[in-house]
Structures are given as structure tokens and as C-alpha cells.
Write a protein that binds this ligand. Structure first.
Ligand code: SAH
Length: 400
């Protein structure tokens, strides 16, 4: 049976040729035949050159998600090969990791599918109708390749409605699971897979936890802002920092982080406080007329949530980033380190550093950059697909 062809308008092929998988509905000239949502289609430019095949969905503004250069005969074999190559990539770049993102959607050429591994439990997140239709194949492939104890679905993103899909959560295979003990770089955490952020916790910082932990070797006081489950804080405490304080506005996160500190024998060195970081920093840097702020921290970590939802919110976000940097800098000892992250796709690396420099200017401080960070390799960056790169970070040493 021949596939229905989606023909593009002239001038609409470039992004796809470069490797981006999204074909927007307004780029389509016409379809050569009938097609049901979720079916494979082939995409051709206006000169009839084949650009690839993918899943069609008339309900979505992303009408086709390209998945392969050629025609795919067997869905399950296709999914198996893609998931296997994603698994191989993690084994190569994160050989010691036992919890990591196995499949990261566009980054692994499986637009619409995310799979996280928490030791022997898998969490699946499906954001496209085409993938949703193949859920049974996805589960079968994951069981075959990874033999998990359980597979959970956490497709509870509101964005599913843009694909005409309701939110969907539940057990796809194995026995029910709640909190799963996991190990990151040799430290123990609990991932609350039923109710946690994203699909449990933030796996994209795994490599950076270890790198920032190294900065804390021999440090006195460390401040971890937006500490969530204590990832950065506990790596710093283990590296030997004398006293680590983690701040997060979520009381649940603070309680969990405290438990993680105890589970790792680090409760003496790491404590967590429920606080709004903006308010806390403001109070810590507030001074009377003839007083000065005492810079007491050897290392300050800033890893806030994304302050942007879209392009329009960028100016507000930049004000927020500048404010926390400015106040954190005032608390940083000369010779101290600042490790700072931005997970907003709309604020690029250069713009982020501009904000940091503006804060440094206002405090009259000068910094040496000692490291640049990106997302862990289980969240691969495909430069042709700009959306795949979102996490950026720097470490600086305060030289003046
Ligand atoms: N550093 C963490 C991830 C931080 S995610 C890690 O590596 O896992 C952002 C965290 O910031 C969330 O836990 C959220 O509860 C917290 N948060 C958001 N806004 C905040 C604010 N204004 N003050 C304090 N915490 C905040």
C-alpha cells in the first residue's frame, strides 16, 4: 500500500532538510489522498523530492512529526532500533549511571516520546498522537530491551490537548510503584514517580551535580538556591563543604531533601529551609545606613525554574535572573565561586552571561569563568533542532 504524500509549499522545506522533525500545518500545499490521524505519511517538497516519513495529525499545528528519512515497514522494529540506539548512547556517555533519561523525544529522533529510567522502573511520557497510538508497541519494546520491574505513564501535560489527546497517567506494566530509591553519582535519593516534578526529579543535572560538587572541595559555607531534592547541596556536602544550606519554597521538597541528607549520612553538613529565594536573598542583603553586607559564602548555586513561558516573558525573566545574581554576588566571598544555571530555552547562553555581567557591574565585582555547563548527555543536543538545547550554566570565581 502506498503512503499518502504531504506536499509542501515552495520554500517550506529548509528546516526539514536541516533535520528538524516538525512540519507545521501552514506549510502544507495539499495531501495526495486520505489519511487518518496517527498514520504514517511521506513528506515531499514542491518538486516531489522525498524529505522523510512521519506521523500525521490534522488536529495539531505540528501536522507531521518526521521520524525517518525513508518508509518504515514495521512500527515495532522501527521503535526497537531507535530505542536501542538511544540506550547505546547513554551506555557510552554515562556508563556508570543507573537512572537517566533513556529517550528524549526529538533529541533521540523519536518526537513525542520521553522515557526515564529510575533504576529498574521506567516512566513514559507521550506528547504526540502518533506515539500515543503505538503505546502497546512502545511498552513491548521497553520490556524487551530493558526488562523493567514496572512501567508507569506520566502523560499529564496540558500540551497533550494540542494533539487532541486527554492527559493520561497510570501503570502500563508490572506492579504499582510510588517512591523509588535511586542512586545518582553514588548518592541516594528517592524519586516520587507518582507525584514529583517532571517524571520524578531533574535528571538533566546529573553530570553537573558531580562537577559543581568538585567546586565545593574544601569550601566553608555553601548556599544552594532552588535546592529541590538537594541534588547540588548533597554533592557539595559529600565533597567536604563544612556547612551547606539549601533553599526551596516547596515544603515537600525541603522535607525530602532533609531525608536525603540523612540517608547519605550528610545531615550534619547539609540543612534545608523552606523559603522564597527572592525574599531570602533580599533579607540577607538588606543593610542599614552605615552597614555592609558580610560576604560569607564560598560557593553559591543558583538553579531556578525557568522564568519564561514564551518569548514575551523574556524581559521579566531577565529582571528576575539579574536580581538573584546581584544579591547572591553580595553574599559571595572574594575568591568564592558562583555556579549558575538557566533552563529557559528562550534565554540563550550569551544573553544569560550578559545578565550575569550586568549584575557583576552593579556590584563592582570581577569574575573568572572556570566552567561552562550544559544538560547531561542523556538529554542530547541536536543543534539543528534548537528546542533540544535548553540548559546552560557557568561557574565563576570571584576575583575582585
Ligand atoms: N536544583 C534543583 C532543580 C531546581 S527546580 C535540582 O537540581 O534538582 C526549581 C525549584 O525551585 C523547585 O523545587 C521549586 O520548588 C523551586 N522554586 C521555584 N520558585 C522558587 C522561589 N521563588 N523560591 C524558592 N524556591 C523556588
Amino acid at each position: 500500500m502506498s503512503l499518502t504524500t504531504v506536499l509542501l509549499k515552495p520554500g517550506e522545506a529548509d528546516r526539514l532538510v536541516a533535520g528538524h522533525p516538525w512540519l507545521y500545518s501552514n506549510s502544507i500545499l495539499r495531501l495526495t489522498g486520505p489519511v487518518a490521524d496517527g498514520d504514517w505519511v511521506q513528506v515531499k517538497d514542491h518538486r516531489q523530492r522525498l524529505l522523510g516519513t512521519g506521523f500525521y495529525n490534522a488536529k495539531s499545528r505540528i501536522a507531521v512529526r518526521i521520524l525517518d528519512a525513508d518508509r518504515v515497514e514495521d512500527d515495532r522494529a522501527f521503535l526497537r532500533a531507535r530505542v536501542q540506539s538511544a540506550v547505546d548512547l547513554r551506555r557510552r556517555w554515562m556508563p556508570g549511571a543507573t537512572s537517566y533519561r533513556v529517550v528524549n523525544s526529538e533529541s533521540d529522533f523519536l518526537s513525542g516520546l520521553i522515557v526515564d529510567r529510575y533504576e529498574d522502573v521506567l516512566v513514559v511520557q507521550i506528547s504526540s498522537l502518533g506515539m500515543d497510538r503505538r503505546k502497546a508497541d512502545i511498552v513491548a519494546v521497553l520490556q524487551e530491551l530493558l526488562q523493567p520491574r514496572s512501567i508507569l505513564e506520566r502523560s499529564d501535560m496540558a500540551s497533550r490537548r494540542f494533539e487532541g489527546l486527554p492527559e493520561s497517567e497510570g501503570l502500563l506494566a508490572g506492579e504499582p510503584v510510588g517512591a523509588v530509591p535511586i542512586t545518582l553519582n553514588g548518592l541516594r535519593f528517592q524519586a516520587d514517580l507518582a507525584g514529583g516534578h517532571k517524571t520524578g526529579l531533574y535528571l538533566d543535572q546529573q553530570v553537573n551535580y558531580a562537577a559543581v560538587g568538585e567546586l565545593a572541595r574544601g569550601a566553608g559555607e555553601v548556599l544552594d538556591c532552588f535546592s529541590f531534592l538537594g541534588g547540588f547541596a548533597l554533592h557539595c556536602a559529600r565533597a567536604g563543604a563544612r556547612q551547606v544550606l539549601g533553599l526551596d519554597q516547596s515544603a515537600t521538597a525541603v522535607t525530602a531533601a532533609g531525608e536525603h541528607a540523612r540517608a547519605n549520612g550528610l545531615a550534619e553538613r547539609a540543612r534545608f529551609e523552606a523559603a522564597n529565594v527572592f525574599d531570602w536573598l533580599k533579607a540577607a542583603t538588606a543593610v542599614g545606613p552605615h552597614e555592609r553586607v558580610i560576604p560569607r559564602y564560598d560557593l553559591i548555586i543558583l538553579d531556578p525554574p525557568s522564568f519564561t513561558r514564551n518569548r514575551a516573558s523574556v524581559p521579566d525573566a531577565l529582571r528576575g535572573y539579574k536580581e538573584i545574581h546581584l544579591r547572591a554576588m553580595k553574599l559571595l566571598r572574594p575568591g568564592g565561586m558562583l555556579a549558575t544555571f538557566c533552563c529557559s530555552h528562550h534565554v540563550g547562553r550569551d544573553l544569560f552571561e550578559e545578565v550575569i555581567l550586568a549584575a557583576a557591574y552593579d556590584t563592582r565585582q570581577v569574575f573568572r569563568r572556570v566552567a561552562s555547563y550544559t544538560q547531561s548527555p542523556d538529554h542530547p543536543v541536536i543543534p539543528a533542532i534548537a528546542e533540544t538545547e535548553y540548559l546552560k550554566g557557568f561557574a565563576y570565581e570571584r576575583v575582585r
